[in-house]
Design a protein around this ligand. Structure first.
Ligand SMILES: [Zn+2]
Length: 489
């Protein structure tokens, strides 16, 4: 068996003011053949799984480039094209191939390319021909398109949000692809469009129970995999929205029916799947009741969804109220971090913080405080893997301990604070810039979790997003997208 594996992706928030260029890829992940580490990461799980399978079964595995950028705005055209063509050249050189296993995101948008994954997969199929098994493991925050489906044998999304199950999903992808390459499986992909936009944390009901059902349904005869593509509402592209993907062994009719049934069930849950988002004022009122630590998610400025990570709306209100015994992280502000390093640990200084990237970041805050700790090349942990923060500084302003970072990232692990000498478990209020991934690390220390969605690049009221490219009408813009003229089929 000859197998090729590579990764290309990012999650594009088309409403974000930040372009995604080569520097972002270099800073996040740009690994050439021979540079791949032995450990698994979320976005290189197919490479890791193909390598392990190859070692166990004596395959020839050709490892291509793995490129991934921290979510931000549209990818610069020449950057996407350069990375795409680099991997396609490696693919051409690797021919003939029995299988191709790719790590992608599913929501990558570049200047001139609304559907980078579709564009890439059309070219992959042209190169390898119709007989090679081609499959992708993607993030559920994706736009599933006809081009992606038409040019793959299997599409598998992570099931969990936070995304903690990429290992298992990569293993399933390899099962399907190797079975296909050996002639034992004839996978058919069925997709149902749910006609809606929403977010779907799987740490709470109803999605927690729904996933249990999916796992049982996957045991049925002929069903190879079921994915809920949550969709990524902050991508203004024609295919945005929630979809169900069912991969069967040569049972397209059964797959279609199952995808439709599950899709209609999800539509039935539409008002219950997302957590209740509160305004900054109501959310802080709520969070300040009772004992701590209460973990507050500043969801509107989650860098993991492409937001800048330097908005000040929530911090401003926290300071205005004189809340003591709180910590807040991370705020992306390399200039402020540089000044803290210049002043040194223990220094008191006036610092201008955040609010630099545009209207969705609010105004910068001019604060006088104390540098309590500095950490060069700091990092935090997500699911056992390090996530770099660049140089970081802890800055205390009237009882609020703020973590400033110089490499954009969302809040994943409690070591985001503890590495800077702050114990979040001992605080009354712990504010994190993240939508849901924080839950894996902070859930265990939280008495309660409060989700706030104020102003920012990740507006949770989708009816207020300035979409221009929607091809069909979706809930919550319309009550019943299936009944509307021009609605979902
Ligand atoms: Zn995601």
């Amino acid at each position: 068996m000859r197998a090729f594996t590579a990764t290309l992706g990012t999650e594009t928030n088309t409403f974000s003011p930040m372009p995604t260029g080569m520097r972002n890829f270099e800073q996040t992940m740009l690994l050439r053949p021979g540079e791949h580490p032995p450990h698994i990461t979320e976005v290189t799980a197919p490479l890791w799984a193909t390598r392990r399978r190859g070692e166990a079964l004596g395959w020839t595995v050709i490892e291509g480039t793995c490129a991934f950028a921290m979510p931000a705005g549209r990818t610069v055209r020449r950057v996407y094209e350069a990375l795409r063509d680099e991997i396609l050249e490696q693919l051409r050189d690797a021919l003939p191939l029995d299988l191709v296993a790719l790590g992608m995101h599913g929501a990558m948008v570049a200047d001139g390319y609304d559907d980078c994954e579709g564009d890439f997969l059309v070219r992959v199929r042209e190169i390898v021909g119709p007989k090679t098994a081609v499959g992708i493991e993607i993030d559920p925050h994706c736009h599933v398109t006809e081009a992606m489906v038409a040019n793959t044998d299997a599409i598998i999304c992570f099931k969990e949000y936070p995304h903690t199950d990429y290992r298992e999903r990569a293993g399933e992808l390899l099962d399907i692809l190797s079975g296909t390459a050996e002639g034992k499986l004839r996978p058919r992909i069925s997709v149902h469009d749910c006609g809606m936009l929403a977010t779907y944390p799987t740490t709470r009901e109803p999605m927690k129970g729904f996933l249990e059902r999916l796992r049982q349904l996957e045991q049925e005869e002929g069903v190879l995999s079921i994915s809920i593509a949550h969709g990524f509402p902050w991508g203004d592209v024609p295919d945005v929205g929630t979809k169900v993907i069912v991969v069967t062994h040569d049972a397209a009719a059964k797959g279609d029916a199952l995808a439709r049934q599950l899709g209609r069930e999800i539509f039935g849950l539409r008002t219950r799947v997302a957590p209740k988002f509160q305004t900054i004022e109501a959310g802080l009122d709520d969070a300040l009741e009772g004992d701590g630590p209460v973990v507050v998610a500043d969801t509107a400025d989650n860098p993991g969804g492409g937001a800048p990570g330097d908005s000040t709306f929530l911090l401003h209100e926290l300071l205005r109220r004189g809340v003591q015994d709180a910590c807040y992280a991370p705020i992306w502000d390399p200039v402020a971090v540089g000044l803290c390093f210049e002043a040194g640990e223990g220094a008191t200084l006036a610092l201008r913080i955040g609010g630099k990237m545009g209207p969705t970041s609010g105004d910068p805050l001019d604060l006088t405080g104390r540098v309590t700790k500095l950490a060069a090349d700091a990092q935090q942990t997500f699911d056992g893997n390090p996530s770099p923060l660049g140089d970081a500084a802890a800055f205390e302003v009237e009882g609020v301990h703020i973590v400033l970072i110089s490499t954009r990232d969302q809040a994943f692990g409690t070591d985001l604070f503890t590495n800077l000498g702050i114990d979040p478990a001992a605080k009354r209020l712990v504010v994190v810039k993240s939508s849901q991934h924080f839950y894996a690390g902070f859930g265990p220390i939280a008495k309660r979790v409060v989700y706030i969605n104020g102003p920012g690049a990740l507006q949770a009221d989708f009816t207020k997003l300035p979409y221009r490219n929607l091809r069909r009408r979706l809930w919550p813009m319309v009550d019943d997208p299936f009944a509307e003229p021009g609605g979902v089929r």
